[in-house]
Ligand binder design. Sequence first.
Ligand code: DAH
Length: 342
Amino acid sequence: MGMSERINEIRTILTNELEQAETTQLLDNLRVRILGKKGELTALLRGMGQLSPEERPQAGQLINEARESFTAMLDEKLAVLKAKEREEALKREAIDVTQPVDLPAEGGEHPITLVMNEMIDCFTGMGFEVVEGPEVELDHYNFELMNIPKNHPARDAQDTFYIDDNIVLRTHTSPIQARTMLSRKPPIRVICPGRVYRADEMDATHSPVFHQMEGLVVDKDVNMADLRGTLNAFAERIYGKGITTRFRPSFFPFTEPSTEVDLTCAACHGKGCRVCKGTGWIEVLGGGMVNPKVLADCGIDPEIYSGFAFGIGLERIAMQRYSIPDLRLLYEGDVRFLNQFR
Ligand code: DAH
């Protein structure tokens, strides 16, 4: 058989097989079968040794032309198959972006955290610094240095969680006052937010754990008017314009004089409503001038320095702020409630 016939035979095989090749893998096999090292066309090239020297150039040219044309045929089909496979892959891997999905539940800040951060913003804006103290506290700081005497009812085991005779779960954030005065020199201007504990049964207005924010300022010539101005600024910042304070005389062992502080009822702006029981005022915090005995016990000379202090209950602020009727809602972790604050 002559060279051209043999080449035509291979071309026929290739043409037939190309039609059958449905995948790039099969096409690859075909390429090897024709053009590979042991392929059919390559065999012709090997067989050239048996030709006469005169026949060789022409045969060589025929084989080379065939190789080029076969390669082109294979490449053409390859392009077609690749495009097809790509399209199939796109179809297979397609994502329906319109399909509804279950997003993971998104968390949010707890109303107590919201109120606490807002208050921290307010006071740090006035130059206060945030300091913290331990929740498991020595009796010494929680009571003794706060001038709360041994027989004071607050010390009763019915009101206080005792770890042992000397260690309690702090019943207020006031002990941080003592810790701060003992470790710093005036001028002192701090707020102390945190959890506090009392041995109370849980009900709509009581919880064995709740939150306070203590404030303390100690410097020369600090007076009650400074406390008033500070708390008025706080009231407006948290509840809005027109909200002010009312001071009522009170008693705390660690302040002298002491005051109970009411804020204008934000629900009725002082007109009197159900929230404030018709009085126009809401009791929000306690405060006063730091008792000179407390200053002295904490290493600060009351002849030179004076100070004011206050303690704010965060639950009460949050409940008023968001019209939350029952304290327990803040502690039950019901997502239907919490979702409202996201
Ligand atoms: N420690 C008080 C309490 O837990 C709150 C308080 C009242 C704090 C007056 C103060 C203050 O700093 O001056 O009820």
